[in-house]
Design a protein around this ligand. Structure first.
Ligand SMILES: Cc1cc2nc3c(=O)[nH]c(=O)nc-3n(C[C@H](O)[C@H](O)[C@H](O)COP(=O)(O)OP(=O)(O)OC[C@H]3O[C@@H](n4cnc5c(N)ncnc54)[C@H](O)[C@@H]3O)c2cc1C
Length: 462
């Protein structure tokens, strides 16, 4: 949407093809009875960098005059207690038992000595990375158990690239933050921007601008085929109103999951590329909304559940992001449960999924009982998170190269890059690609090298 909006502003002809009934993708607000909720509240990060400020200046109007600027309100539940997240070391060390606290310090010292004496020479697994940076005890306690549940794999089988999201949490940084020393503004953002009526406003605003410029946003129009002529896409075919419609194009920007995109190419790309694409896996998500007959449960936006006895990963409370989306005497929680698309849990009934979430909710220290539940609703996202298995790049790079060998096809977005990035990243890339195309046309090769550099930065936690 960001690319389409920016291209429209720059006077280009654009058609957006969206399979859903609304724009926004995973950053969408849905109505559940009297409640409005996102797929887990989707807040727009405000980083204290020039690049980030430039994006905010451009998109702020879509958030409305009365937009909310929030300070990160995240907690973790660990051994029954709440801790501030990102973690503050003193709080953890004084919160756990003296024995555990001593083990955390001892293991960290041991890990530091080990990695000084024998620095890593090759790409580590997430587990090796964590133990090296945090020591075994802190790693297991705060990341190991949780990550294995989120990703559905032992952390020895997950690439250390997954640490992009927690790289900022090595012990040195935790200590610095505890001492109040300001860290890298690109990664240590604490502020968010949010439209009062839900994140959809951002993308609906962009869609409105696209249409105002005379361009089209076609909803319920899934792309089914990309027709190649030599090394160019000549036409995109979508399903619309019960028949196929073909659109001739100068070029294509795709945010489709890469395996789907490869599968839609006609004639097909070389078999080796399809083979690599089939190895790129996504973790799926069930989102369980539970409405409670009480005005509020917590004061937080998100609560992460680190202990091994939970099956769900995270709980969020929409009202704490925007009170305008939930009635004053009620609250609604969104609980996230990850699974694989091909396991029985994915096909379980809504009632079964709800029961798993409710059981975990009642285990949390907030005293929720079943009698308080007013209603529940279950939805899902099949391709929520790209999974970084060990050496996933051996498959990802050939796919990205194979796709970008087509001169007028460029990929972006979470699924187009297979990158667990946030909305501000994707809006930035959308605007960037639009500026480049408007001034110089499609250049897939050049875009790919920019994207590989960008992904490398994110993999380093920058
Ligand atoms: C639970 C959860 C919470 C998150 N919270 C935050 C947050 O607080 N802040 C933040 O910045 N980021 C957050 N994110 C990340 C954020 O959702 C993504 O960065 C962003 O949505 C990615 O945008 P995208 O356009 O690349 O992909 P998507 O949002 O997945 O959009 C892809 C679009 O493609 C459409 N599509 C798929 N197949 C077809 C087809 N064949 N034809 C046409 N259209 C098709 C889909 O319907 C969808 O609209 C969160 C993600 C999850 C899963």
């Amino acid at each position: 949407m960001a690319a389409a909006w920016r291209l429209s502003e720059l006077g280009c002809r654009v058609t957006v093809l969206e399979k859903d009934t609304a724009v926004g993708g995973m950053g969408k607000t849905i109505a559940i009875g009297k409640y409005a909720v996102d797929y887990g509240p989707h807040t727009f990060h405000i980083r204290e960098t020039d690049e980030s400020r430039a994006i905010h200046d451009q998109v702020a109007r879509f958030f409305g005059e009365d937009r909310l600027v929030l300070t990160r309100g995240t907690r973790v539940l660990l051994r029954g207690k709440e801790y501030v997240y990102p973690l503050e070391m003193l709080q953890v060390l004084t919160g756990v038992s003296p024995w555990l606290s001593a083990r955390i310090v001892f293991d960290y010292a041991l890990a530091t000595v080990k990695s000084t004496l024998s620095p890593p020479t090759h790409e580590d697994s997430f587990e090796e990375w964590g133990v090296r940076n945090l020591g075994r005890t802190l790693y297991d306690l705060c990341f190991g158990i949780y990550s294995a549940r989120v990703w559905g794999l032992p952390t020895s089988q997950i690439s250390s690239k997954q640490a992009q999201r927690v790289a900022k949490l090595n012990l040195k940084n935790i200590v610095l933050r505890t001492l109040g020393i300001k860290a890298d503004p690109a990664t240590y953002f604490t502020k968010y921007m949010y439209p009062r009526k839900g994140i959809s406003r951002l993308y609906e605003g962009m869609a409105h601008e696209v249409r105002k410029a005379g361009n089209s946003v076609w909803l319920e129009s899934p792309v089914v085929r990309l027709e190649r002529e030599g090394e160019r896409i000549a036409r995109v075919v979508c399903a619309r109103n019960g028949r196929e419609e073909s659109i001739a194009c100068a070029g294509v920007l795709s945010t489709l999951p890469l395996p789907q995109l490869v599968g839609m190419m006609t004639p097909a790309l070389p078999a080796s590329i399809a083979e690599h694409a089939s190895k790129l896996r996504y973790r799926s998500l069930k989102l369980i909304y539970i409405a409670l007959k009480r005005p509020r449960l917590t004061d937080y936006h998100w609560v992460y559940l680190l202990d091994g006895h939970y099956r769900v990963n995270r709980m969020s409370e929409q009202k704490n992001v925007s009170p305008d989306m939930v009635p004053p005497d009620r609250t609604i929680l969104c609980i996230e449960l990850s699974c694989w698309c091909d396991e029985p849990l994915w096909r379980a009934s809504d009632e079964e999924i709800y029961r798993i979430a409710l059981k975990d909710l009642m285990k949390m220290s907030y005293g929720v009982t079943e009698d308080e539940v007013e209603d529940y609703h279950v939805t899902d996202i099949a391709t929520a998170y790209p999974v970084y298995e060990l050496n996933f790049e051996d498959h990802l790079i050939p796919v990205l190269e194979g796709v970008h060998a087509i001169g007028n096809l460029q990929t972006l977005g979470r699924h187009g890059l297979f990158l667990n990035n946030s909305m501000d990243d994707n809006v930035l890339l959308g605007m960037k690609v639009a500026d480049q195309i408007a001034s110089g046309g499609f250049n897939s090769r050049d875009w790919l090298s920019q994207m590989l550099a960008f992904m490398n930065l994110r993999f380093q936690g920058k």
